[in-house]
Design a protein. Structure first.
Length: 325
């Protein structure tokens, strides 16, 4: 179990983040009742987490459930061009989890093209024509072991089973995971602000509040979309992150992936098509903790043949793009 260590934030902040990861649109009154504090306390803590902890609530389409391709890109760049390229990628709506790595000479990111045109435009058009890009590696994500709707915070176990059950939203029976064209105005707002109010959603869509509630509940229940949060992991005492490119014996791929999903350090894990078989994001306290993980739990795991670690120099984008101040 992970332990929070922070001079600025405390257990209640961690519990609030954990609650939002379960239901990012939950009213403050419900969260407050579950955590045993006042509505005003939750509202105040939420505002501080947004201002000082990078908290943002967004609604995302689940590419896995929608059957959409996802790719992990590794771009080796000239040192003077990596930052510019990373910032340009961050502005695209089809990119997530962008980081500068390898001393600022490599960019790693996930891209979720919504149609073949977006994919071809990026991989066959813009990037190959960018002079600062020295090498492009594109690894298709094949199977998600951990991540997506399941966030990293449950590994802190800040909430008990009763609190988790009380926070789970009431959803209808799931239908097919499908996003319709008429959902575009609704999702356009929620992809910017997952806690947008129903009056805001009414203005954007022209639909009634009851119709919006029904449609959003149906989308979440089906798994087509989910409410997620982004935040700065350093506020919990875990400022370092690295991407690990793991090669396994073919028959060990699934067992290694499932085992990695249970490791406290792992925030994301997926099988890939490419030179490595599994890619994971590890979040740790410091360089010593990364070494301890590589030489301990990961190094001793049966079936792992090779590991390449790429520590992040700077995280450029998580789920949303924020211009540099």
């Amino acid at each position: 179990m992970l332990r929070m260590e922070s001079d600025t934030f405390d257990l209640l902040d961690l519990q609030l983040l954990s609650a939002l990861e379960i239901d990012g649109r939950a009213p403050f009154s419900r969260i407050a009742a579950v955590l045993g504090v006042s509505d005003q306390t939750i509202a105040r803590r939420y505002r501080r987490l947004c201002a000082e902890g990078g908290l943002r609530v967004v609604v995302l389409r689940d590419a896995v459930r929608l059957g959409q391709d996802q790719w992990m890109l590794r771009l080796r760049c000239a040192p003077d061009g990596a930052t510019v390229i990373a910032d340009a990628l961050a502005k695209r709506p089809d990119t997530y989890w962008i980081g500068l790595a390898s001393g600022g000479t490599e960019i790693a990111c996930i891209t979720r093209p919504r149609n073949p045109g977006e994919h071809d435009d990026l991989l066959l058009g813009k990037l190959p024509r960018t002079p600062s890009v020295v090498e492009i590696r594109a690894l298709q994500l094949l199977h998600r072991f951990y991540g997506g709707p399941v966030g990293w915070l449950p590994k802190f176990r800040a909430l008990d089973a009763e609190q988790i059950a009380a926070l789970r939203p009431d959803l209808p029976e799931p239908g097919p995971a499908r996003v319709e064209p008429e959902d575009a105005p609704l999702l356009a707002v929620l992809e910017r602000d997952g806690r947008a109010t129903y009056p805001e959603l009414q203005r954007a869509t022209g639909r009634s509040e009851s119709a919006i509630k029904r449609r959003l509940s149906a989308l979440i229940a089906s798994g087509a979309v989910y409410v997620d949060i982004e935040y700065n992991s350093e506020i919990l005492g875990y400022p370092k992150a690295a991407i690990l490119w793991i090669t396994t014996a073919p028959g060990a791929l699934d067992s290694v992936g499932r085992t990695l999903a249970g490791h406290d350090e792992i925030a994301f894990a997926s099988a890939t098509a490419g030179p490595s078989h599994i890619v994971v994001t590890a979040v740790v306290r410091d360089t010593a903790a990364l070494y301890a993980y590589l030489s301990g739990p990961l190094g001793h795991l049966d079936g792992v043949q090779h590991v390449e670690a790429t520590p992040f120099l700077r995280r450029v984008k998580q789920l949303t793009y924020r211009p540099a101040r």
